[in-house]
Design a protein around this ligand. Structure first.
Ligand code: MN
Length: 193
């Protein structure tokens, strides 16, 4: 297959004031597309070029895995957020699943934010569905993607410094707060639940 980066699902300024247009533009154009370029350079002309991105994530290791996962992770990250003028409440099925597991929506927000702030270095925090159907919040280092462990991602936040440094410098928790309080795309959770 031909690997592509999906178009951004909104304008670069759509996440302001929580994430600036400048951050979104750099992050998407330089970082996200940069991982795609590195992936293409690695697999062009090889039999791996015929596999799906998900197949590469499930089977590869090393830098090929890292770049494939980062292409997938960023696409999922952009879709994990909604423009600030299109925010809506979680559908009943999402609300009840999160309340059952985390006690309340705020309970989920807190656990997700704690995972994001608690990732020591570069990485991601995730809401996933385990193979047994149970929801779980976890974090991962570098490019690590839950698909590799048989889990289904429902939502993610990028906590590499490039995701927030232009806007918040070292204050990751302010970026995380803006994300969990103002940008969450509950519809993505519903689509994957
Ligand atoms: Mn990133």
């Amino acid at each position: 297959m031909e690997f592509e980066v999906s178009p951004l699902p909104y304008r670069v300024s759509a996440l302001e004031p929580w994430i600036s247009a400048r951050t979104v533009e750099f992050h998407y154009e330089k970082h996200h597309k940069g991982y795609l370029k590195k992936l293409r350079d690695r697999i062009e002309g090889t039999e791996r070029a015929n596999q799906s991105l998900e197949a590469l994530i499930r089977t590869e290791r090393g830098s090929l895995y890292d770049n494939a996962a980062q292409v997938w992770n960023h696409d999922f990250y952009w879709r994990s957020m909604k423009p600030t003028d299109r925010i809506c409440d979680p559908k009943p099925v999402v609300r009840s699943a999160l309340v059952d597991r985390f006690g309340s929506l705020d309970g989920f927000r807190k656990e997700f934010a704690d995972a994001a702030n608690g990732e020591f270095g570069s990485g991601w925090a995730w809401l996933v569905r385990n193979p047994d159907g149970k929801l779980e919040v976890l974090n991962s280092s570098d490019a690590e993607n839950p698909l590799q462990r048989g889990q289904t991602p429902l939502l993610t936040i990028d906590v590499w410094e490039h995701a927030y440094y232009l806007d918040y410098q070292n204050e990751r928790s302010r970026y995380v707060d803006g994300f969990v309080e103002h940008l969450l795309n509950w519809d993505l959770v519903a689509d994957n639940l």
